[in-house]
Design a protein around this ligand. Structure first.
Ligand SMILES: Nc1nc2c(c(=O)[nH]1)N[C@@H](CN(C=O)c1ccc(C(=O)N[C@@H](CCC(=O)O)C(=O)O)cc1)CN2
Length: 285
């Protein structure tokens, strides 16, 4: 069997065009504020990608770039100002932050209804309880890729390798919310190959280059590679999955690059449009 390749790049082009049309029909121009602290080249590149994607979709983008020396209280004050600014619909702080700044304190300061990253504890709790919530962009992108490929999680066994707040935990929750049976594997899991090879849906989000081989994959499984590993010697980007061998066994597979990565930014645009609509929490009593 050779897997169907799910291209996040192609799907993103389609979804971003659809979002651009939706934006034209809105009464307001959606506006996203991104805060970037420090000089991490990858973070700068991702933020440039976000700016460009916003422009293409007709979303107003504000980027606040700061040196590593920015203090936590200064960052908090900037968030407070953006929370108060009614022309700003979405706020995102690019992660990781420098070590002297508490990510938790910063994320908790963002207004829940502007938290387009879905990292605020209120949004996390709402996701956990199956309520409407801003949902982290990478997990949302993964669910969209499964949906578009006709992979329905209901009754399936999903195995998530990795338990990060950004990807592993929320994607497991989203799969559970769609009636999958979910197993989490992590660095202390004994016999990863045993667990992973039971999966109908395998999410590789451990950040370890090539850790998922053909031996970890059940014939016909949907394999989603969230890894973004830069090979030092070549500068090339590779995933957590050994793509060439796994694609001969899986039913579906996502490539790196061009898979989950572009979907992260597409789902950020989606969440920003949702924030601009302002209806996320409307049907609450
Ligand atoms: N506040 C946030 N910080 C971070 C998030 C996030 O969702 N919110 N996720 C990642 C980084 N990220 C977006 O911020 C991101 C990662 C990767 C890509 C992407 O398109 N990758 C390309 C390859 C790009 C390259 O060559 O380097 C791909 O996989 O094809 C987009 C966004 C951590 N921080």
């Amino acid at each position: 069997m050779t897997a169907e390749i799910i291209s996040g790049k192609e799907l993103s082009t389609q979804l971003r065009n659809e979002l651009a049309e939706e934006v034209q029909d809105l009464k307001v121009t959606p506006s996203l504020a991104v805060i970037l602290v420090g000089d991490d080249p990858a973070s700068h590149s991702y933020v440039r990608g976000k700016e460009k994607a916003c422009r293409t979709a007709g979303i107003h983008s504000i980027v606040k770039r700061h040196p590593t020396s920015l203090r936590e209280d200064e960052l908090i004050a900037e968030i407070d100002a953006l929370n108060e600014d009614s022309s700003v619909h979405g706020i995102l702080v690019q992660l990781p932050l420098p070590e002297h700044i508490s990510e938790d304190a910063v994320i908790e300061r963002i207004a829940v209804n502007k938290d387009v990253d879905g990292f605020h504890p209120v949004n996390v709790g709402r996701l956990l309880t199956g309520k409407k919530a801003f949902t982290p962009c990478t997990p949302l992108g993964i669910m969209k890729m499964l949906e578009i490929s006709g992979v329905d999680p209901r009754g399936k066994h999903a195995v998530v390798v990795g338990r990060s707040q950004l990807v592993g935990r929320p994607v497991g929750q989203l799969l559970l919310n769609k009636d999958a049976t979910v197993t989490y594997c992590h660095s202390k899991t004994k016999d990863l190959a045993f667990h992973a090879s039971q999966a109908d849906i395998l999410i590789a989000a451990a950040g370890r280059e090539g850790m998922i081989s053909e031996a970890h994959v059940k014939e016909g499984a949907a394999v989603i590679d969230v890894g973004v590993n830069r090979v030092e010697s070549t500068g090339k980007l590779t995933g957590d999955v050994q793509f060439e061998e796994v694609k001969e066994k899986a039913g579906w597979i996502t490539p790196v690059p061009g898979g989950v990565g572009p979907m992260t930014i597409t789902m950020l645009l989606h969440n920003t449009v949702e924030a601009a609509r302002g209806t996320m929490f409307n049907d609450e009593s």
